[in-house]
Write a protein that binds this ligand. Structure first.
Ligand code: UT7
Length: 338
């Protein structure tokens, strides 16, 4: 397989890795923590359990490193050949410095530079567009894109409206020039600043720096108006997806699989319904991991990698805080051989 420095037509995902913590937080565990029950959580979200990185040292950076190492080990990738490491996250190890340079150094990607992408649950999707652009411009040959979030570090475990949804995890993909006709085709993104009224961490930024009352009032933790976020999510994921399908003259029947942000099973079902796509084509692992924010898309890719065949048509879509959203169309580049 020969790769050249000429700008390729397409960028392709050529390798996948993942990491989730060992510790499981079940719906039954949550019943002991807040006023909720397994039946409500399963019927309203589709979630049965989520993974929680209990050890303080198992940060977002730690999980991102584990996912990247898993990718390199499985695919025999020499980290020194990686040009760029992108980490999509809203739970960086530190507010200053970015997590990506640390991840790059720790995995031995000594020739890479790195930076973080902050677009909440759309972070990995935006990162796909960025990674593909770096490759198709001819500037770089190997971009490692990681989605990682330790949501348990910013969740209020006394707030039943948020704590039942989120979990921790990380997934990584490698983008390289496509060696066949398949790869990243195009994306449609959108955003609307109204979103910060409905989903945010109120304190700790430049608008509301941490003060003495912040902790007592838990304003350093994530809060959301779930019902409003739900409606915006279905509307924008289905509209962005439809734009991508129209652009490529695709019907819903042409799509083999939908890889969508795992926020809520009902959001996935409603989006599939709007698009006329069979529910079975929407790949889900939300029942085991909950909403891992920037990690959901690569965790779905990792769990279902064996299913994908060269030429399969994949539709990606995500929605998150900001609000941010988008959809992308990618034709799969390889058959699983490991
Ligand atoms: O990743 C991107 C960002 N996040 C999302 O996309 C999340 C989008 N939103 C959602 O997934 C859903 O809105 C939630 C799962 C957060 C909530 O589900 P819902 O069906 O929208 O419930 P709701 O907020 O409308 O609440 C319905 C009822 C309320 O009781 P009343 O007022 O009808 O008596 C809530 O107090 O359910 C109650 N409720 C609960 N009951 C048991 C809310 N949370 C719980 C709970 N257990 N954990």
């Amino acid at each position: 397989m020969t790769r050249t420095n000429l700008a390729p037509n397409k960028a392709a995902i050529t390798a996948i890795g993942s990491y989730v913590p060992d510790e499981v937080l079940t719906n039954q565990d949550l019943e002991q923590m807040v006023e909720t029950n397994d039946e409500w959580i399963q019927s309203r979200t589709g979630i049965r359990e989520r993974r929680i990185a209990k050890s303080p040292s198992h940060s977002t950076g730690y999980m991102a490193i584990k996912a990247a190492e898993n990718l390199c080990a499985k695919n025999n990738i020499d980290p020194k050949t990686i040009d760029l490491v992108l980490v999509a996250t809203i739970t960086p190890d530190y507010q200053v410095s970015s997590t990506a340079p640390y991840v790059a150094s720790q995995i031995g990607a000594t020739n890479a530079f790195g930076y973080d992408i902050s677009a909440a649950c759309s972070g990995f999707l935006y990162g796909m567009t960025a990674a593909a652009a770096y490759i198709t411009s001819g500037q770089y040959q190997r971009v490692l894109l990681i989605g990682a979030d330790k949501m348990s570090s910013i969740v209020d475990y006394t707030d039943r409206a948020t704590c039942i949804i989120f979990g921790d995890g990380a997934g990584a993909v490698l983008f390289e020039p496509s060696i066949n006709t398949f790869g990243f085709e195009s994306a449609q993104h959108g955003s609307n600043g109204i979103g910060r009224d409905y989903l945010n961490i109120h304190d700790g930024g430049s608008l509301h720096p941490i003060n003495d009352t912040t902790f007592a009032e838990k304003r350093h933790l994530v809060q959301q108006e779930g019902r409003t976020v739900f409606k915006y999510a279905v509307k924008h994921m289905s509209e962005a997806s439809q734009k991508v399908l129209t652009k490529h003259a695709l019907s819903h029947e042409d799509i083999n699989y939908v890889i969508a942000h795992q926020a809520n099973k009902r959001i996935l079902d409603a989006t599939a319904h709007q698009l006329g796509i069979a529910k079975e084509k929407v790949l889900t692992n939300i029942e085991h991991y909950g909403n891992t924010t920037a990690a959901t898309l690569p965790l779905v890719l990792s769990d279902f990698e064996k299913k994908f065949k060269t030429g399969d048509k994949l539709l990606f879509t995500a929605f998150g805080g900001g609000f941010t959203w988008g959809a992308a169309y990618l034709t799969w580049n390889y058959d699983y051989k490991k």
